[in-house]
Design a protein around this ligand. Structure first.
Ligand SMILES: C[S@@+](CC[C@H](N)C(=O)[O-])C[C@H]1O[C@@H](n2cnc3c(N)ncnc32)[C@H](O)[C@@H]1O
Length: 282
């Protein structure tokens, strides 16, 4: 059972089971040279519909989806090397051949490298709110990125967005419908009742309201997309650090007698935004 426990988050097991070592697969993929178009067929060795997870964290959703949708190729792009390492290890231990994780900037990937009309689904779960004013520019949903998501999706493609940050949810509700048909669902996803991602599981444990939306790509010509996007606001909202964090931070500070370093519930992981270099390992 110890192995099983290591594979769980808040008591929610990571999807699937590790296979014997000889059945493990290699699931790390490089994004390639900056500015060069990403070659999906070379990365997966086949032509198939594709799922892209922007900021996939430890890959919980990506792996779960790849396990049950073997006919779709799944790529997660994540900035934090340990998260890429853990996610790719778990995907590999499950013998997946339709799941890859890449270290890198998902915003740059979707803006610059991902080919037009190459993806069936784009997923963005709990993007970092970035509370500090100087980090707001790192937000993963902007008018330009929304237009890029529209560009990379195939006609009728799906954009899945989820957050537990009310200000982020309000921004998404304001901008996404200009390019997508936005539908919210109040209940948890039926495929993952406890939560699709690590952050969803944590947020639900904290009792936070979660906004889940499926947004279907509107069929718009590129100049109409550009016209609409030009009217959209930038994500300069106040992400409103939740009060429970302040209380929690004060409690931690007084217990430790020192400064809190981040990485607590609801906020950026300690190493969020770190651009140290590609993760080492298999
Ligand atoms: C709050 S976590 C959510 C992770 C995961 N999607 C989930 O729901 O559990 C936000 C994640 O986005 C990643 N991230 C933020 N900006 C990114 C970017 N530009 N490119 C790739 N990953 C990014 C962070 O490193 C972090 O893992």
């Amino acid at each position: 059972m110890r192995g099983h426990d290591r594979e769980s988050t808040s008591g929610v097991p990571f999807p699937g089971r590790p296979l014997p070592r000889e059945q493990w697969t290699r699931t790390r993929v490089p994004l390639g040279a900056k500015g060069a178009r990403f070659d999906w067929v070379a990365a997966f060795g086949r032509e198939a519909p594709r799922v892209l997870d922007l900021g996939c964290g430890n890959g919980r959703y990506l792996v779960a989806s790849a396990l049950v949708r073997r006919d779709l190729d799944h790529l997660g792009v994540e900035l934090v090397p340990p998260a890429v390492k853990l996610g790719s290890l778990r995907a590999g231990q499950r013998g997946l051949t339709n799941c890859r994780l890449a270290w890198g900037d998902a915003s740059e990937f979707v803006l610059e490298r991902c080919p037009t009309a190459s993806v069936a689904e784009v997923h963005l779960y709990h993007p970092q709110p970035y509370y500090e004013a100087d980090k707001v520019v790192r937000r993963q949903l902007t008018p330009a990125i929304l237009a890029a998501i529209h560009r990379v999706l195939v006609p009728g493609g799906l954009f899945v967005f989820q957050t537990d940050n009310p200000a982020y949810a309000a921004y998404a509700r304001a901008v996404v419908p200009s390019l997508f048909a936005w539908t919210e669902r109040a209940d948890p996803w039926p495929d993952a009742p406890a939560g699709r991602t690590l952050r969803e599981i944590t947020a639900r444990k904290l009792g936070l309201a979660i906004v889940r939306a499926e947004a279907c790509r509107l069929d718009l010509a590129p100049d109409e997309v550009a016209r609409r996007v030009a009217t959209l606001p930038e994500p300069v909202f106040d992400a409103n650090r939740p009060a429970f964090r302040e209380g929690g931070a004060r409690r931690k500070r007084s217990r430790r007698g020192g400064r809190r370093r981040g990485g607590g519930p609801g906020g950026p992981p300690r190493d969020a935004g770190r651009r140290a270099g590609p993760p080492k390992g298999p």
